[in-house]
Structures are given as structure tokens and as C-alpha cells.
Design a protein around this ligand. Structure first.
Ligand code: C5P
Length: 222
């Protein structure tokens, strides 16, 4: 069977990573959560007290940082310089700063390079904001997931409550809108639907239905 590349882009909390994980598992493909990579370097900048407004220092930090994505029974574990930071990178401090770090030119160049290395042999499902436009422009299947802010915030809220995390719906809504704005308005590789991407509005679909739709499209291309 041919091994294709699948790019899944979309705004914050659109369900990209859940769907991408399901598809990767079904096809026995590698799953690459590119958002986790930007989160990991943001987390390190907080721990190491590096000013996120200092592009040169952040670039230097990234060049001395290893980020590994390791599959596990519950999805994917994120290792930063050899330490598991899977949970820490989801914290509020990181979420509120990540879009600033991800807008730095040198950070994007280095991350795109690393992501392209992960995907170089195909057989990959990658999710993010610029996968179809920049990281994997030749991907055989490009998906752009959409849903209203209200629905995305409600889904994330329920997910947080199920995981036992504290959650505030209004705050989530604001955070999602701000991150979308920052990610769409940045100069380099802003959040955009690739011209050849297939748009799926997930508002009235379950995660399983979205995954099935994408899987059908993938199987047509294999
Ligand atoms: O996907 P997730 O919400 O975890 O991504 C966190 C942040 O990382 C995004 O809000 C965005 O600023 C950045 N990001 C990016 N390009 C990607 C993936 C994520 O700029 N390909």
C-alpha cells in the first residue's frame, strides 16, 4: 500500500489532534502534533526565564533544545530535552504565550525543518496551522477543520471537565478567539486553508464522524 501524507489544519480547539490521532492509528501512520512542538519551546522559555519578546534568545534556546514525540497507549508523549512534559505544555501559561513564540521567524523556520524531517518518508498525519500551506505542501490529502468559536470552546470545556482540569467556558472562548486572531494575523505562515485543502465543518459532526470522513478520503488516495 502506498504511504501518503495527510495534513490537518484549522483554528484552535477544532478537534484536529483527536481526529489526527485516530486516523494515524487506523492507518498505522506516524502522528505529528506540531502545536505540541511550539508549546514545548514556549514551556522551556518560561522555565528558563527567557524573554519571549527577545527573538534572538528564543532562537538560541530552540537550537539547544530537543523535542521528541513518542507514541504511547494514550496518544502521544512529548519529551523536552529528554523529560516528559506532555501535561505541562497544556497549562494556561503556555497556552497564553505560545502564539507569540510561534510568530518568531527563526522559530518557524527551525520547526518547519524538524517537522519536514518527521514527514519525509510519508505515512504521516500531521496537524497544525501551516501544514498544508508550508510544511507538507505536496501532501496527498489536505484537510481544513472548522467549527464556530462557541462550539470549540464548549468541546474543550467538556474535555477539561472530563479530565478533571479546572475550566471556565467564557475564559476559554476568549483565549481561543485571541489565539485564532494572533495565528491568522501573523506575518509568516499565518493560519490559512491551503487552496487544495478540503474544508470540513465539524459543528454538527461527532469526532468519530469527522475521522471517518477523513479516513474515507485517505483510502481513496492510497
Ligand atoms: O495545536 P495547538 O493549539 O496545540 O497549537 C498551539 C499554538 O502553536 C497555536 O496557537 C499556534 O500559535 C502554534 N502553531 C503554529 N503552527 C503550527 C501548529 C501550532 O503556529 N503548525
Amino acid at each position: 500500500m502506498k504511504k501518503i501524507s495527510i495534513a490537518i489544519d484549522g483554528p484552535a480547539a477544532a478537534g484536529k489532534s483527536t481526529v489526527a490521532k485516530m486516523i494515524a492509528e487506523k492507518l498505522s501512520y506516524i502522528y505529528v502534533d506540531t502545536g505540541a512542538m511550539y508549546r514545548a519551546i514556549t514551556y522551556k522559555s518560561i522555565v528558563d526565564k527567557v524573554d519571549i519578546n527577545d527573538d534572538t534568545e528564543i532562537e538560541r534556546l530552540l537550537l539547544h533544545t530537543t523535542i521528541q514525540l513518542k507514541p504511547s497507549a494514550n496518544g502521544q508523549l512529548i519529551y523536552l530535552d529528554g523529560n516528559d512534559v506532555t501535561k505541562q505544555i497544556r497549562g494556561e501559561g503556555v497556552t497564553n504565550k505560545v502564539s507569540k513564540v510561534a510568530a518568531i521567524k527563526a522559530v518557524r523556520e527551525e520547526m518547519v525543518f524538524r517537522q519536514q524531517m518527521f514527514g519525509k518518508d510519508g505515512g504521516v498525519v500531521m496537524d497544525g496551522r501551516d501544514i498544508g500551506t508550508k510544511v507538507l505542501p505536496n501532501a496527498e490529502l489536505k484537510i481544513f477543520l472548522l467549527a464556530s468559536v462557541d462550539i470549540r470552546a464548549e468541546r474543550r470545556h467538556l474535555e477539561n471537565l472530563q479530565k478533571g482540569f479546572p475550566s471556565n467556558l467564557e475564559k476559554l472562548k476568549e483565549e481561543i478567539m485571541l489565539r485564532d486572531k494572533q495565528d491568522s494575523e501573523r506575518e509568516i505562515s499565518p493560519l490559512r486553508k491551503a487552496e487544495d485543502a478540503i474544508e470540513i465543518d465539524t459543528s454538527s459532526l461527532s469526532i468519530k464522524e469527522v475521522a471517518e470522513k477523513i479516513l474515507t478520503l485517505a483510502l481513496e488516495r492510497i
